[in-house]
Ligand binder design. Sequence first.
Ligand code: MTE
Ligand code: MO
Length: 351
Amino acid sequence: MASLATRRSVLNRGMMAAAALALSRLPLRAFGASEAEGDVAIPFLEPLTVEPGKALLHWDELKDWITPMDQFYNVSHYGTAQVAADGYKLEIGGLIDKPKSLSLDDIKQLPKKEITATLECSGNGMNKGFCAAIGNAKWAGTPLAPLLKECGVAADAVEVAFWGADKKSEKIRGADYEQNFARALSIADAMRDDLILAYEMDGKPLSVGHGFPLRLVVPGWYGITWVKWLNRIELRDRRLMNRFMARDYVTVRGEEQPDGKIAWKESSVGPMNIKSFVARVVKRKDGTITITGAAWSGLAPVKAVEVKIDDGDWLGATIDESHKEPYTWRFWSIDWKDAKAGEHTITSRAI
Ligand SMILES: Nc1nc2c(c(=O)[nH]1)N[C@H]1C(S)=C(S)[C@@H](COP(=O)(O)O)O[C@H]1N2
Ligand SMILES: [Mo]
């Protein structure tokens, strides 16, 4: 999980997904429902492989803005926690005036908010075998900020830690410590008005794998912060420096200093970086090649997507305006009219 960026860079380059295709040599696969009759998908020379039975995004079939549940990835570092709704409690404690203990029904009585947001593992795109750990879903639950305010956050609290029910023994300097999964946010980040404690995904109760009965949803931030099986929220006066804050999910980034030198800085993963991906290539009846893909970023919206074929110029792609929310991926497409038979490389970038 390393990224290099300098402060001077003008464009934020997305993950440059290069894909080679053969326009004539590979057998053309017949194509599914959403395309016009006669369209044929052109397979990539280096297809992304998805392990059978594993829920991962099938990029080459990308057409649903909301990711089908059976393609929605899972990452669970300490295995899957089985939490019964019966007897479940969310404890809110630490540096607050009024600690709370809420059942699932108590939480469902609170104001409900829906937000469609793209969830991506920060490791997504690290290597060819891990390019499909992303999905878009409609999450519903209760907003976090009013609940924290109601509890009365103490003046000396600096951080909010979110604990999951899943746990494992971690070795720290030679000794073993049982640890629950946890991530923390600064008070300011936790008080954003669009964070929710979600109990629904796409209109249904969260599945066990996605965090039943409750998970934190942090729109625009990488998945690591979206704590599943959430059962404790704790206000703290010192920073949590556990495995998932301070050892793993730490990026190394070169930042240009005033003297022009690069200083390497490590920081905990936070908002999502801008990325784009070439998903599908389809040959139309009239010979036009339509290239489609997705682009997404964390807190700032995607403004444009550009596509390059082989060593050609960057060409502006059309962004689908019918499907957008502030924290969701955007689908894009571009038509290529004068394609010659042979192998080609397609690269996309988002701005
Ligand atoms: N309790 C808990 N929450 C967790 C994790 C975990 O291991 N335990 N993994 C995180 C990571 S790294 C990611 S990418 C997302 C994945 O969410 P999903 O499994 O619902 O797709 O959950 C996050 N929340
Ligand atoms: Mo992740």
